[in-house]
Design a protein around this ligand. Structure first.
Ligand code: CA
Ligand code: CA
Length: 274
């Protein structure tokens, strides 16, 4: 624990040095390289090496990667930070560098003097991640989470189960732009939303509901029948997603046929809407 704290403190110290030294003249290292390693599944790591000729081992160097292409270091834009000690010959290798997203960025290294701009990371797009709550906690089918672009190209997110009825999803390295986000799961109404992504987004929270559960209380009951009846009779309205929930025969609309199927489900005549 103490070790971690010391590490954080020394990173902070180095970072304040970076801010101060940004106003100083930049000097370049004798030799440096950025090598991209494709890990598959839209993820990358980097190996960043450089050499500070003439330094003795024991010198600290901090690696700072900043998103975007401005020549400034803003705390909010830092997507990776680490520190290492130089080897006897002054060479330093940062390997397995995995930045927070793949939006591209500028790589800086600083020792006890000025920060040095090493080069750029290529842009591999942005990330979009979050969680999905499913009203049916049990059931072994995972939700399928997709982005569909204007040309109907699809990208599917990685989905992991985090608890009963709760799943984490993650799109990594997608292009910024406009998409339809589609979340589907067996027995649930498919959620479709227009999403415009310009930067990486995390902590997105979405909920999908069981077919027939129009009031979204987790149960298919007489209450849902009453809501659908009022909708069919024009007494009340339903939002677009609630209509999808009510459309248990996937006909594209909610009507008397769905009402009859939901009634059969409640009476136990059928046990699935699929
Ligand atoms: Ca209900
Ligand atoms: Ca229908």
């Amino acid at each position: 624990m103490k070790k971690i704290k010391l590490r954080v403190n020394s990173l902070r110290l180095l970072f304040s040095m970076i801010l101060i030294s940004m106003f100083l003249t930049l000097t370049a290292f004798a030799d440096s390289s950025i090598v991209e390693n494709d890990l598959g599944n839209g993820t990358w790591s980097y190996t960043i090496t450089f050499e500070d000729a003439g330094v003795s081992n024991g010198s600290f160097y901090a690696l700072v990667i900043v998103s975007g292409d401005d020549f400034s270091i803003d705390v909010d834009d830092i997507i990776y930070m680490d520190q290492k000690t130089a080897a006897q010959d002054g060479s330093i290798v940062f390997d397995n560098v995995i930045p927070k997203n793949y939006a591209g960025g500028r790589v800086y290294v600083t020792g006890l003097a000025s920060p040095v701009y090493i080069g750029d990371l290529p842009s591999h797009g942005v990330s979009y991640s979050g969680s999905i709550n499913c009203s049916e906690a049990t059931g072994s089918d995972f939700p399928v989470v997709k982005f569909i672009d204007a040309s109907q190209n699809e990208v599917t997110a990685n989905v992991k189960k985090t608890a009963d009825g709760i799943y984490a999803f993650d799109f990594a390295g997608i292009s910024a732009g406009d998409y339809t986000l589609e979340i589907s799961k067996v027995g649930h109404a498919t959620l479709s939303e227009d999403v415009s992504i310009t930067v990486s987004v995390s902590d997105v929270s979405k909920t999908i509901n069981r077919l027939g559960d129009i009031n979204k209380d987790g149960l298919v009951s007489i209450v849902d029948i009453a809501l659908l009846k009022d909708y069919i009779l024009g007494i009340s309205t339903l939002d677009a997603y609630s209509i999808k929930i009510a459309d248990v025969d996937s006909s594209g609309g909610a009507n008397i046929v769905d009402l009859s199927i939901i009634k059969d489900y409640i009476l136990g005549v059928i046990n699935t809407f699929n």
